[in-house]
Every structure is written in structure tokens, then in C-alpha cells.
Write a protein that binds this ligand. Structure first.
Ligand code: CLF
Ligand code: SF4
Length: 498
């Protein structure tokens, strides 16, 4: 049903946030006070999570691994000012705390940001979250962030509001965050030891003066942990992001994981440093490398048993739009936005009904995969890459994939362990396929099999020669059943050959 056009002027004419406070559902008490890591986390769903928490995460693509198959996020770059200096940032690029360093984002005013959100919601029914994630710090530049959230909450009250911060200004804003119905906050915590922090942060700006060295790192650490505790006490879900910097904080991230778990963090997202001299950052110019895929996985695996890990992060841009792993930001540049948007929520509503049905089918498929594996003999875990466009199914053509999701499978279960991005799709319209296949084989190092919706004989043979089995026999099946079936077949084959 078409809804009446809402004037942005009318929205910006109001400055108090009472309507958002009124819209906030009174929170029921939930368990796990003090430590949110038991019984919650990215990979758990409706069956494992407290209903109150599931209600908060079920449509958030970053906080729920399951939701990332169905729902999209978008960011608006409205808060450019920052109060600290990270050695992996030079402010010409997106904030590396939440984003891939890349092309400079389009900076928006709050009015422009709200108009963009409405335009995206009209065209992307999967949109469920608005995030403010740099460049800059959403809380240091609070005036702009607040005005944007305030406007968007009036336009689209069902949209989840999400922000990312370095944490320095966090304790000063906890009450407003709660009153504004912001249920999801990411705090960037790279260290809990100021000696290590001094190697990452040359200075901070706090209480009207610049602090450097150990003193700066100590203040930042104390403010981050205080802010984290204050938020979790108020039932706000906090995700901690950490940038893994080999030789600086790599194994120290185990201490970070333990410390943030003790303070109630909901999730811990360990992201690889992206470093390149062309970015002009201190680390980039001084040859600091990022971790390899295996180094990252080793640290993530070593954190097992601590705060639950997010493994499906795509290090998206500060102006990203779409499902995780896709970026439709270019379609919604300011110059392309209509001045007025006659918002129609019907497609958005219909999509949510569709997702609920899909969730039921997906749930049944996961149970089938458990049954399949329970009747399969034990064997070495296999790494299986799948090509998917979303919905939890194998539904992407091999040649069109821009990334593969990686699942580990053995008789104990099917586990999502990460993703591998490709520099180029394999299908180049008849040119360059050989070069892209060879780089694809390098990207898929360690992977045993690729499952996709369609693959040609030529790339299939070449993958086979590289020791990677490729199959389109599971096209459009749910990922878990397909991967479990593939493992069961591999075990049968191994038994027959023994
Ligand atoms: Fe954006 Fe971050 Fe909110 Fe998500 S991103 S502010 S929590 S809506 Fe998500 Fe992107 Fe990873 Fe961030 S995939 S970089 S974790
Ligand atoms: Fe850059 Fe973000 Fe660090 Fe600020 S907090 S210096 S914008 S990476």
C-alpha cells in the first residue's frame, strides 16, 4: 500500500528524540548478564538464542550469520570528524575500523543521508539496517549522526539503527544511544594492553587536548572498556571489531577476546589488516603487512571458547549498500537520487513474509543435513566453497561469482568458516578466463570442492587438475544439505576405494 510522502523538512524541523524513545519496546529482562557469550552469537538462530536477543538479531546481517542470507545493510557517511589516529588510516579513505580502505566515500549531510536511506528502502526490500561506520567517528561527530538517525527513525521506524565507534567518546553517549533505540553498537578494540596500543595509535584527542604514546593508549583502553560495560548493562548488543596486525597484536587478540567476553560483548569480529603503500597510511608506508587467510583462521580458531566470533564480515565500505558481499552503492549516488520519494512499503512487507517461509524451509534443511552426517563415517574435514547470491542456497553461476563462502564439513556438522573474495569473476565475456582461473585457484588454496549452480566443462576440468572437485549437481539446494550430501558421497567413495 502506498504511504503518504513524508517531507524531510518536516522531519528535520523536530530535534528532540522522544518519538524514538516512545517507539522503543520496553526491554524484557534477558539472561547472560555480565557475559553475553554463552548461548548467543553470530551462528546461533531461533532455537539457541534467548527470544529477546533473537528478536534483536534475526534481521541484522552482521549480528546473525543466518540473517546475512536474507537481509541487507547500508551505511551513510555523515560523520567525517575523528578524535583518534589509527596507524592504518589516513582519513582520505573510509574508516578502516568498519570498512575496506578504498575510494573516498561521498560525504552526506543528515538530510541527504535520510533521503538516500528512503531511496534505498524503496528499491532494496532486503534493507533492514542503517549503519554509520565512518569515515570518522560516529560518536565524536555525534551531532551529524544523531540528526541522521533521528530523521530515519521517523521515516522508517522498522529499520534497525547501528553505529560503529572507536570508543573514546562512548561513555558520554550511552544514555542517548539507549533512548534513541540503537540496539547495535560496534566498538573497535585492537588491544587491552596500552604497550601494544601505543604501536597502533600515535595520538588521541581527549578533553580538549592531544595525548600521545602510552598515555593515549591507556586512556583509549579505559574508555573503550567502560563504554562496553555501560552498554551491555543497558542491554545494548555490542560487537567488538579488532584489526589483526601481524607482529603487533595478532596473538594478543586472544587476550582481547577474553576481556571483551568478560565485559559482555555479544560478538567479536577479528578482521585482517588491509595494508598497501598506495593507501598512504603509516602502516602501509612502513611495510606492515596484513595476515594471510590461514593466519587469520588460526587466531580465530584459538579464540574458540571465548567471546563468540563473527566470521562472515566483508569489511564493507562506509557507503556500502546491499547484502553483505555485494555493494550497490554506485546505484544510489547523491546525483542519482530523486528529490521526492513516494515511499511504498508493500514490496518490503511482502519480502519479510517470503523470508519467514524461507527460514522454515532452511531450518528443515539444516536438520536433514544433521541426519545425513549422523549416518556418515568419520573422516578428514573437507573445505567446501559455495557460490551463492543469498537465501542460503547454492544459486550462483561459477563464472559470475565474486566471492565464495567457505564451509567446513565432517561427520560432526557443517560450519561456516569464512569467505574468499575474487579479484575478478571467472566469466570475462570470452577474454582473460585463463588468467582469472589461475588467480581463482590461488584464492581457493586449501579448498577441496566448489559447489555452484552451473559450471562449464573447461573450468571444471582445470579445477580438477588443481585438486578441487567442482559440481553443479546441487544447484538451488540449501547449502547445508548440499555440503552434507557432498561429504557423505566423498566418504562412500573413499570406503569403496579402500
Ligand atoms: Fe554496518 Fe557494522 Fe552495523 Fe554491520 S557493517 S555498522 S555492524 S550494519 Fe558488518 Fe560490514 Fe563487517 Fe561491519 S560486514 S564491516 S561487521
Ligand atoms: Fe581512521 Fe576510523 Fe581510526 Fe578515526 S577511528 S583514525 S576514521 S580508522
Amino acid at each position: 500500500m502506498a504511504q503518504p510522502f513524508i517531507s524531510l523538512e518536516a522531519i528535520f524541523a523536530t530535534t528532540n528524540n522522544e518519538p524514538m524513545a516512545e517507539a522503543r519496546e520496553s526491554p524484557r529482562e534477558f539472561e547472560a548478564k555480565g557475559c553475553a557469550s554463552s548461548g548467543c552469537g553470530s551462528a546461533e538462530g531461533a532455537d539457541e538464542l534467548d527470544p529477546e536477543i533473537w528478536g534483536k538479531v534475526k534481521d541484522h546481517p552482521c549480528y546473525s550469520e543466518e540473517a546475512h542470507y536474507h537481509f541487507a545493510r547500508m551505511h551513510v557517511a555523515v560523520a567525517p570528524a575523528c578524535n583518534i589516529q589509527c596507524n592504518y588510516c589516513n582519513r582520505k579513505y573510509d574508516c578502516a575500523n568498519e570498512s575496506r580502505p578504498g575510494v573516498v566515500s561521498e560525504r552526506l549531510t543528515p538530510e541527504q543521508g535520510a533521503r538516500k536511506v528512503l531511496a534505498v528502502a524503496q528499491k532494496v526490500p532486503q534493507l533492514s539496517v542503517l549503519g554509520i561506520a565512518g569515515p570518522g567517528d560516529a560518536l565524536y561527530d555525534w551531532r551529524h549522526s544523531k540528526a541522521t538517525f533521528h530523521a530515519v527513525a521517523k521515516l522508517l521506524p522498522d529499520l534497525k539503527l547501528c553505529l560503529s565507534t572507536n570508543g573514546l567518546a562512548l561513555p558520554d553517549h550511552v544514555d542517548e544511544i539507549v533512548n534513541m533505540n540503537i540496539d547495535h553498537v560496534t566498538v573497535m578494540i585492537n588491544m587491552v594492553d596500552p604497550e601494544i596500543g601505543a604501536k597502533i595509535y600515535p595520538w588521541i584527542f581527549y578533553k580538549n587536548r592531544r595525548h600521545t604514546g602510552l598515555e593515549a593508549a591507556r586512556i583509549l583502553h579505559e574508555r573503550q572498556m567502560l563504554g562496553l560495560e555501560m552498554l551491555t548493562e543497558r542491554k545494548v548488543l555490542v560487537k567488538v571489531n579488532s584489526v589483526m596486525i601481524p607482529g603487533v597484536n595478532d596473538m594478543h587478540l586472544l587476550d582481547v577476546n577474553r576481556a571483551v567476553k568478560a565485559c559482555g560483548a555479544f560478538l567479536h569480529n577479528i578482521m585482517p589488516l588491509i595494508s598497501d603503500p598506495a593507501h598512504g597510511t603509516y602502516f602501509g608506508l612502513n611495510g606492515q603487512r596484513g595476515p594471510t587467510t590461514q593466519e587469520l583462521k588460526t587466531v580465530q580458531d584459538a579464540c574458540e571458547g571465548g567471546a563468540k566470533l563473527m566470521r562472515h564480515c566483508r569489511q564493507c565500505r562506509a557507503d556500502a549498500v546491499g547484502l553483505l558481499g555485494e555493494d550497490r552503492g554506485q546505484e544510489f549516488q547523491l546525483a542519482l537520487l530523486p528529490e521526492e520519494i513516494d515511499f511504498d512499503a508493500s514490496e518490503r512487507d511482502a519480502y519479510r513474509v517470503h523470508v519467514e517461509r524461507q527460514r522454515g524451509e532452511h531450518h528443515a534443511a539444516k536438520e536433514r543435513s544433521t541426519d545425513i552426517l549422523a549416518n556418515t563415517s568419520a573422516g578428514r574435514p573437507l573445505q567446501v566453497a559455495v557460490a551463492t547470491k543469498g537465501g542460503g542456497r547454492i544459486n550462483q553461476h561459477f563464472g559470475h561469482a565474486t566471492e565464495f563462502q567457505i564451509y567446513e564439513v565432517d561427520h560432526a556438522g557443517v560450519r561456516f568458516v569464512g569467505h574468499r573474495k575474487l579479484d575478478d569473476t571467472y566469466c570475462q565475456g570470452g577474454f582473460g578466463e585463463d588468467a582469472s582461473l589461475s588467480s581463482l585457484v590461488t584464492t581457493l588454496e586449501g579448498v577441496d570442492a566448489v559447489l555452484c549452480a552451473k559450471i562449464g566443462a573447461c573450468p571444471k576440468d582445470e579445477l580438477d587438475a588443481a585438486g578441487i572437485k567442482a559440481s553443479d549437481a546441487y544447484a538451488f539446494e540449501f547449502i547445508e544439505t548440499a555440503v552434507a550430501d557432498f561429504f557423505a558421497s566423498a566418504r562412500e567413495c573413499a570406503a569403496a576405494c579402500a
